[in-house]
Write a protein that binds this ligand. Structure first.
Ligand SMILES: CC(C)(COP(=O)(O)OP(=O)(O)OC[C@H]1O[C@@H](n2cnc3c(N)ncnc32)[C@H](O)[C@@H]1OP(=O)(O)O)[C@@H](O)C(=O)NCCC(=O)NCCS
Length: 170
């Protein structure tokens, strides 16, 4: 997969991305906003395992966000199963030096469309933590609609938190 956008390229992960992946992913500010399966600290071993997993998936659903010639972040989706196979959850992160340039908003629009078109989806959703105002804003800018506040639905870093349920319906 290779989508050339104005601010980034959304593309398949390669083994050469290991250095930049670990450099940008190893950041507590990023980890605080993601699921616990995103490691912290983020080691080279974690990076190797992740790239191997992303590259072995068929169809591919986890992509690198290339900015200024390096893998600066990631974006991907998980298609649900059984009667929810028309739904997918989307997630993303970007290295801190690249924040605030509209990179993820543009990529989110493109990958949402890609997921819908290639997987026949009727719904793509995201569950940012309520305190993650930047991610909530990105979702709004990309055309997602707030459906619910899932009160006290998660625990992160020892704290019980609310999640915001945003969905895009084509
Ligand atoms: C959230 C994240 C993906 C945003 O990526 P980005 O490329 O910087 O986002 P954009 O530049 O497209 O848009 C950011 C928007 O949030 C706003 N924003 C940024 N920080 C904010 C804050 N602390 N409070 C309120 N709004 C904020 C920006 O002003 C901008 O909105 P605007 O265009 O209306 O001004 C990035 O910060 C990140 O990777 N964070 C850590 C991981 C994460 O949260 N992932 C998402 C999990 S659901």
């Amino acid at each position: 997969m290779h989508l050339r956008l104005v601010r980034s390229i959304v593309r398949s992960w390669t083994n050469d991305d290991l250095g930049s992946l670990v450099r940008y992913a190893d950041n507590r500010k990023i980890w605080l906003n993601l699921r616990d399966r995103f490691p912290h600290p983020y080691t080279r071993r974690d990076g190797r395992d992740f790239i191997h997993l992303a590259r072995s998936q068929r169809p591919e659903t986890m992509f690198a966000l290339e900015v200024d010639g390096e893998a600066a972040g990631g974006i991907g989706f998980v298609q649900h199963t059984d009667v929810e196979r028309v739904s997918a959850e989307i997630g993303y992160w970007l290295g801190e030096p690249f924040w605030g340039r509209g990179i993820v908003t543009e990529a989110l629009v493109a990958v949402t469309k890609y997921a819908i078109d290639t997987h026949g989806l009727t719904r793509v959703f995201a569950l940012p933590y309520a305190r993650n105002t930047a991610s909530c804003r990105v979702l709004e800018k990309a055309g997602y609609v707030l459906e619910a506040r899932l009160r006290r639905s998660a625990i992160k870093d020892g704290e019980i938190i609310d999640q915001m349920q945003f969905a895009f319906i084509p």
